[in-house]
Ligand binder design. Structure first.
Ligand code: ATP
Ligand code: MG
Length: 205
């Protein structure tokens, strides 16, 4: 059986920025993926409207706009549950059950890999997907390699590195810039910037 290869880029995306988009595209290219699913994480509705945070609907719309121009990027609502409870292992197992012919490449930044042990059921995540990790926050390669060695041993995980420049950008930084009235052009795609302005997002964080 010829296996299909699909990437998953998960995140809070509050808001989605070029760091996320470049990771998705690098994974698509470097691992010859068929497509990359952008999967915004749900947040419990009672947590919505917390000072300065975008709602589930707004985060979803920003992702939709940010990926619209890329034919091999796709929005996936699998982690947008009503109650805001979603676990990566469950999402991956569900996907694999529905698509037994697909190998999933779960893309993340090095900061997320550092906390992999604390995710719910890391063993089941490692069993269900290949993990693809990109550098972040100028983490020394030796530290990243050491973490990869450790997780590979502990979970028999399959972890691959992504080749990207260190992208010094985060959603928190963008929220801060917007609240200060500083421009975010080129850090965030234009159609998404228009939406942020229209909705008055991150004015008061
Ligand atoms: P926040 O500042 O609110 O934590 P964030 O920029 O880290 O937001 P998330 O939605 O938390 O964005 O990140 C989703 C995934 O994308 C994580 O795996 C994270 O490590 C990765 N990621 C985000 N920005 C970058 C970046 N600039 N370089 C590499 N990985 C990144
Ligand atoms: Mg983060």
């Amino acid at each position: 059986m010829i296996m299909r290869k699909v990437g998953i880029m998960g995140g809070t995306f509050d808001p989605i920025h070029i760091g996320h988009l470049i990771l998705g595209e690098a994974a698509y290219e470097q691992y010859s993926l068929e497509k990359v699913l952008f999967m915004p994480a749900g947040r419990p509705p009672f947590k919505e409207g917390r000072k300065g945070m975008a709602s589930n609907e707004q985060r979803t719309e920003m992702v939709r706009r940010a990926i619209a121009s890329n034919p091999h990027f796709e929005l996936s609502m699998l982690e947008m549950n009503e109650d805001g409870m979603s676990y990566t292992y469950r999402t991956l197992e569900k996907l694999k059950e529905e698509h037994p012919d697909t190998v999933y490449y779960f893309v993340m930044g090095a900061d997320s890999l550092m906390y992999f042990d604390t995710w719910m059921n890391p063993q089941r995540i490692a069993d269900a997907a290949i993990i693809v990790v990109a550098t972040r926050n100028h983490m020394p390669q030796e530290s990243l390699d050491e973490k990869i060695r450790q997780l590979t041993e502990k979970f028999h995980a399959s972890i691959r590195k992504l080749e990207t420049p260190n992208l010094d950008i985060s959603s928190s930084q963008i929220r801060e810039w917007v609240s200060q009235g500083r421009g975010i052009q080129y850090y965030v795609p234009d159609p998404e910037i228009h939406y942020i302005e229209e909705q008055g997002l991150y004015q008061d964080i």
